[in-house]
Design a protein around this ligand. Structure first.
Ligand code: ADP
Ligand code: MG
Length: 561
């Protein structure tokens, strides 16, 4: 058998009707040798003999569409086939032949497929140009039908997209409406709770401290029993044998009752405190200025409440890192509703009516001692107050804020060793300026969130001498007492809607004035030591907090444009 031809052993009658495809130049050579017979000529060698068939227009399936076994078979049968114009029947006119395309026809969507349309052409002889043209026309019509169908499908998809986009816009609008309603209701709730709120937190006795006598601090249950959060606290003065015995009988112990918006017992965890505070943090995000103060004598737990406990344990993380995390997480969620938020952090300390920047480079607070830090308006026409020369750092994630808190701690540590433990004698103000924009609704809100660790509220030690160190201590204490009492007076003046509010009487109130007036929300957390030796300072703190608790600041309005 010659290469490229197909030889089949079959009976003559079947062989005569065979139209199997044959590929290869061998056919041409053989035909040349036999003096080129008719193109369609079949040579019958009799029953059982090999039949060589040469077909002018072979329909060899493309290799890509065949199973592997068939591909190999086809490859053996058509080793010289190299392109679409290759034909096997050497005897026919090349020009009249139809090219065999190796590229696959476009996939039909439905209806008449181009393959179906061309089916007839497989049986068409090469000379049937008209028929082939007819087939091509059919194929073209099928393609056109397909195209139309695809266009129709595309138009349908486009209409669907338009409908979905309209639906999305409607839902976004609805969601925005709900968000605005949530803000309104949240604010209503906060106002019902009071724009000035006071919490009391009693810290536990620390290892090494004497156990407080039972009954010194009591937490009476509220009117609805012990199941509801505690709001009351009673302090009972330890009986002094010398003064309380009247006529030989011990006098009744003096009991002081206080009631606050919430009282946290010594076992309360940081997350419980934050749970209550988070509502105010939310208000800051909604555009209401918020001020949270930690008040109390040195060692009562102010820094623990604000910054957290030692060791970086997440369980004892304070309000500042928790608030920051909460803000970023809510802001991220609001992004989906079209809001975009920016945050700028600053951290300053007010010691003896002098401002220092805790975010100056490490040790910078020392280096910058000659630097003037003054409270000024941010710009002409602006109502925003800033501290000149202080760092205002844009932040976008918790890690960035954590780095700033770390820097502030380092700066404080440097100051502590050289400036005689100032940290408990100064107010530290961590401020986050929050600014939110909704481009779609053309809304803008901006408000500061202030977290203030106040200086120890202990009173002047009567045992202080007139030496230079004690004189310094005296000055410090007077400055602290003055600024804390100014804070109380400012709150009271605001609550009584007095025409003059003495913000200027202290750097602290002057700096925070925009976060205290009319549209602001304020929370004071009064920290109490459980120790008997701190009784009178605890009583003093509770009295101050109680006065603040009686104040109500006018209806808050969000800073919206
Ligand atoms: P302040 O800032 O008021 O001077 P600190 O926050 O430094 O007081 O607290 C004094 C000590 O008491 C610290 O060792 C602190 O870790 C610890 N402390 C305060 N509050 C708590 C509390 N709720 N639980 C456990 N330890 C506390
Ligand atoms: Mg402290």
């Amino acid at each position: 058998m010659e290469k490229g031809n197909v030889e089949l052993k079959m009976p003559p009658d079947k062989a005569s009707s065979s139209r199997l495809p044959v590929i290869g130049l061998g056919a041409k050579r053989k035909l040349d040798k036999e003096n080129a017979p008719e193109p369609e000529k079949k040579r019958i060698r009799g029953p059982g003999t090999a039949v060589t068939i040469a077909i002018s227009h072979p329909r060899v399936p493309t290799v890509a569409t065949m199973p592997r076994a068939k591909k190999q078979e086809a490859a053996q049968k058509a080793p010289l086939k190299t392109g679409p114009w290759h034909t096997t029947a050497a005897t026919t006119d090349v020009k009249s032949r139809k090219p065999v395309s190796t590229t696959s026809a476009p996939k039909p969507v439905s209806g008449v497929s181009p393959k179906t349309a061309r089916k007839g052409s497989s049986k068409r002889p090469a000379w049937d140009v008209k028929g082939q043209l007819c087939d091509l026309r059919k194929e073209f019509s099928a393609c056109q039908a397909q195209l139309q169908e695809s266009m129709a499908a595309l138009a349908k998809s486009q209409a669907e997209i338009t409908t979905q986009a309209a639906l999305l816009a409607e839902r976004t609008e609805h969601l925005h409406g709900l968000e605005m309603e949530r803000r309104y209701l949240h604010n209503q709730l906060q106002e019902l709770k009071g724009n000035i709120r006071v919490f009391c937190r009693v810290r536990p006795a620390l290892p090494g401290e004497p156990t407080p006598p039972p009954g010194l601090i009591l937490f009476p249950p509220g009117p609805n029993g012990a199941s509801e959060p505690s709001t009351r606290l009673s302090l009972t003065r330890p009986t002094d044998d010398r003064c309380s015995i009247i006529g030989g009988l011990p006098g009744p112990p003096l009991r002081y009752d206080f009631s606050f918006d919430r009282v946290f017992l010594p076992g309360s965890k940081q997350n419980e405190v934050f749970e209550e505070v988070s509502l105010l943090v939310q208000s800051a995000l909604d555009g209401y200025p918020v001020c949270i103060f930690a008040y109390g004598q040195t060692g009562s737990g102010k820094t623990f409440t604000m910054e957290g406990g030692p060791g970086g344990d997440p369980q004892v993380e304070g309000l500042i890192p928790r608030a920051v995390r909460h803000l970023f997480s809510v802001a991220r969620k609001l992004e989906a509703q079209g809001w975009s938020y920016t945050f700028v952090a600053s951290y300053v300390e007010i010691y003896n009516e002098t401002i220092r920047d805790l975010l100056a480079c490490v040790g910078g607070a020392q280096k910058c001692q000659g630097t003037e830090y003054e409270i000024r308006l941010a710009g002409p026409g602006s109502k925003e107050l800033i501290v000149t020369n202080a760092q205002y750092v844009p932040v976008s994630c918790e890690e960035e804020v954590e780095a700033l808190l770390h820097l502030a701690r380092q700066n404080r540590a440097v100051a502590r060793t050289t400036q005689n433990e100032q940290s408990s004698r100064s107010h530290s103000v961590f401020q986050l300026q929050i600014s939110g924009k909704h481009m779609g609704q053309n809304l803008h809100c901006a408000a500061p969130l202030n977290l203030v660790d106040l200086a120890g509220s202990e009173r002047l030690d009567p045992g202080l001498s007139t030496g230079p160190a004690d004189r310094e201590r005296l000055k410090e204490t007077q400055a602290i007492n003055s600024s804390l009492s100014t804070l109380g007076l400012v709150i009271m003046a605001l609550s009584n809607k007095e025409p003059h509010v003495p913000y200027r009487n202290s750097k602290l109130t002057y700096l925070l004035q925009n976060s205290l007036r009319g549209s602001a929300k304020m929370l004071m957390i009064v920290n109490i030591s459980p120790l008997e030796e701190n009784f009178s300072e605890s009583l003093n703190s509770l009295r101050f907090a109680s006065k603040v608790n009686q104040c109500v600041i006018g209806t808050a309005r969000a800073n919206k444009k």
